[in-house]
Design a protein around this ligand. Structure first.
Ligand code: PLP
Length: 365
């Protein structure tokens, strides 16, 4: 049996007719850069996720960049970022000339450890970027408490966490702003690049609307330096087709996760621990094993795809050499990078495929 780690063909085949119909409408109305499809998506996405408002941009990375600009983060400022996340979380500070300050993660949830934040705060700290990693919400309450005590902004990197909840609240609507990605492999993916900025702060949303379109509110009148970060009409059209399926697909991911949590009994494998405060939407199902590379090779021999997400913690990335971090600075992040392995969890997997993965993991010695 062959079990893919990701299978975009399988995900899109049943939607092909609907997608082509949506693209045909976009061709007819011609709204390719912003336009009616983007407007419909912004409203639909906010409503489906229970968010106050959303602004479509070209990618999750662009979302983080524009939030940093709108918050006025810049040279001389420090931004606290988890040491274990996708690199773009750290571009938040680096694109605007601020300094990234890394924090370790919690070994249970793999999200930023609130206890490690307090001691990193200086009078230069302007923001904390919280990544809801692998679909699991970070522990927001203590983070918001620290932030409000020190007058610091909280940015939610929700690129991997569409529909994730924290104590009944939607991620992306809890901090000062949220950044979502619609990269094709995300829980909600476009057919190319896409992203959104979310916030309860209407002024911030107005500001990023201007920033994404060359700093212009009125055509050819530019108030400040802006960017070309518009969400494309065809991408929004694809997202409008896929959005109604997100809830069902998320439930399927959670069902597969429950099967893994109940079925994997290999004593050498550490399973992810569901947090008490909100169920993960399982963008990834990430296990740990001391001999991760041998396990990965074994799974490949059995026809099972897997991926190392991520092999390097951010403080040891060459691009951050200049900051002087060294091995041992963030033991939890480093250990996870050494031992993590993500299993197939796309919603299109069959029950037989999931059972096969469990069987092969339990047989690994
Ligand atoms: C945690 C995280 N942040 C940010 C991004 C950046 O999103 P994008 O690829 O849409 O630029 C991603 C996605 O790759 C991500 O996983």
């Amino acid at each position: 049996m062959k079990v893919p780690f990701i299978d975009l063909q399988r995900a899109h085949a049943p939607l092909k007719e609907e997608l082509l119909e949506a693209f045909s409408k976009t061709l007819d109305h011609g709204g390719f850069c912003l336009g009616p499809d983007v407007e419909a998506f912004e409203a639909g996405f906010a409503e489906e996720l229970g968010l106050a408002g959303a602004v479509g941009v070209g990618s999750g990375t662009e979302a983080l960049h524009l939030i940093a600009l709108a918050m006025g983060v810049g040279p001389g400022d420090e931004v606290i970022v988890p040491a274990f996340t996708f690199i773009a979380s750290a571009w938040f500070s680096q694109y605007v000339g601020a300094k990234v300050v890394f924090a370790d993660i919690d070994p249970k949830t793999f999200t930023i450890d609130p206890q490690s934040i307090e001691k990193l705060i200086t009078e230069k700290t302007k923001a904390i970027v919280v990544t809801h990693l692998f679909g699991q919400a970070a522990d927001m309450e203590p983070i918001l408490g620290i932030a409000s005590e020190h007058g610091i902004k909280v940015v939610e990197d929700a690129a991997q966490a569409h529909l994730a909840q924290y104590k009944g609240r939607s991620v992306g609507d809890i901090g000062d702003a949220g950044a979502f990605s619609f990269y094709p492999t995300k829980n909600l993916g476009a057919l190319g690049e896409g992203g959104a900025i979310t916030s309860r702060d209407g002024e911030l949303l107005d500001q990023v609307r201007i920033l994404r379109a060359h700093g212009s509110k009125e055509r050819y009148l530019n108030h400040f330096v802006g960017y070309n970060n518009r969400l494309e009409g065809l991408q929004a059209a694809s997202l409008n087709v896929k959005l109604p399926h997100l809830r069902g697909k998320t439930a399927r991911r959670q069902k597969i996760a429950r099967a893994y949590l109940g079925g994997i009994r290999n004593p050498d494998i550490s399973l992810p621990m569901p947090a008490r405060y909100g169920e993960s939407v399982y963008h990834m199902f990430t296990i740990r094993h001391a001999e991760r590379d041998r396990l990965k090779a074994y799974l490949a021999e059995q026809g099972i795809g897997s991926d190392i997400v991520y092999p390097y913690p951010l403080h040891l990335q060459p691009c951050f050499n200049f900051l002087g971090y060294k091995e041992g600075d963030f033991p939890v992040s480093e250990e996870l990078a050494r031992t993590c392995l993500s299993l197939p969890i796309v919603p299109e997997l069959t029950d037989e495929e999931v059972d096969y993965v469990i069987e092969k993991l339990n047989a690994f010695e």
